[in-house]
Design a protein around this ligand. Sequence first.
Ligand code: ADP
Ligand code: MG
Length: 253
Amino acid sequence: MGRIIAVANQKGGVGKTTTAINLSACLAEKGKKVLTIDIDPQGNTSSGLGIKKDELNYTIYDLIIGNCSISDCLLVNIYENLSLLPSNVNLAGAEIELIGVEEREFILKKEIEQIRNNYDFIIIDCPPSLNTLTINAMTTADTILVPIQCEYYALEGLSQLIHTINLVRQRLNPKLEIEGVVFTMFDARTNLSLQVVENVKENLKQNIYKTIIPRNVRLAEAPSHGLPINIYDPKSAGAEGYKDLAEEVIDKR
Ligand code: ADP
Ligand code: MG
């Protein structure tokens, strides 16, 4: 059965989308069948994978409000072994439209249940908030992967995230686990990055991935070419980082 991993942290700019895109692509490169789900209205995972998100007939928004079926909005094999449920700004309206809808925390889960066995991994990119969309990702997921940026306020908001995950586990998804924490944007030239890693390791009682994603300009450039890092610059430090992370995620099964 496929493993469903939600990439979540309600802080913006910590590397969720970069991780969702490149972990997905590196898992696919290693021969795993991957579905990437973009549940952020910013749609950066969709555009980062080369999709013209504003030219789509159907997106995950239509799926969530019951406007289309999953086969209508699923983009099959946009890269070898990698399919995508895309998003765009339309999804920003879903939060309001879902008010009062019964079982609205489980809409995504019910859709994904039908197709999860087609994949080895399903990676969900969450929006930078703890809203209904994020809760949908958390009820669908088996585990949560939390990117932490190597900067001074790294731990800010983390206790709130863990509290939310605990609430979801108690009330909505008893099997939900924290997959682990992954450090992103590590800058080997600064003491700060090292201090943050040490500090988080001391204070956080969660699994922490051995792989640390370096700050690497190629990772920041790749989305503007609509390419994952393993294709945009396979020899870059960023590509090495995400290939190692994919390896670790596979080994954890
Ligand atoms: P989030 O999805 O959490 O908001 P993003 O993945 O969009 O974060 O990253 C925020 C910004 O930082 C983006 O411009 C992205 O290209 C850049 N970025 C992310 N990870 C790295 C990295 N390891 N090295 C350099 N730039 C990065
Ligand atoms: Mg993002």
